[in-house]
Ligand binder design. Sequence first.
Ligand SMILES: C[S@@+](CC[C@H](N)C(=O)[O-])C[C@H]1O[C@@H](n2cnc3c(N)ncnc32)[C@H](O)[C@@H]1O
Length: 199
Amino acid sequence: MAKRPYQPKDYFFRKAKEEGLRARSAFKIDEIAKRFSIFKKGQTVIDLGAAPGGFLQIILNEVGPTGQVVGVDLAAIKPLGRPNVKTAVLDVTADDFAKSLEALMPGPVDVVVSDLAPKTTGVKDVDLARSHRLAGIALDISRTRGKPGGHFIAKLFMGGDFDQFRADVRAVFKDVKVVRPDATRAASMEIYLVGLDKR
Ligand SMILES: C[S@@+](CC[C@H](N)C(=O)[O-])C[C@H]1O[C@@H](n2cnc3c(N)ncnc32)[C@H](O)[C@@H]1O
């Protein structure tokens, strides 16, 4: 029998269930947020590729009831039971995406987060190109909507134009970190780029 690339019901999967979190990925944003003091109470945050809502649960706790959060995804996100979060089914690659996002949350934002990931095809170059395209869209949103001093977190697959993307983030933010959170599955080629202190 072929070896499975990962054990689905692993430590973080069980921990997420125990803590009422929608996805094990919640631990990734939690780790990044704590390590770099990303969020503050009352902030505005955009979460791209937000379904089922694990990141959103952590972000809502971080920004508290005075914060404002928007989460968008191709898939619908079940209600989170908080008045200060809006979710919408949107395709970030659509021509009118920036406009739709602006309608949901007008004005400058403190933090843009992207956990966008393409459906993988198994063809490495295709998956890399799609991942980098999605991360590039997130960076554009951060560039146009982020407040000076704000932060950016984006997932992307390692390889391909990774160095160029890091340079692109560096052009917008004073500091850039590359993080592979503990909750990342061993077989995964994903990494997070963290842009700190927008210029
Ligand atoms: C790893 S999941 C996100 C998990 C989420 N951060 C959480 O904690 O629950 C990646 C998401 O990216 C979304 N996605 C991929 N391409 C997209 C696109 N073009 N527009 C919007 N969402 C997209 C997928 O639908 C998927 O839900």
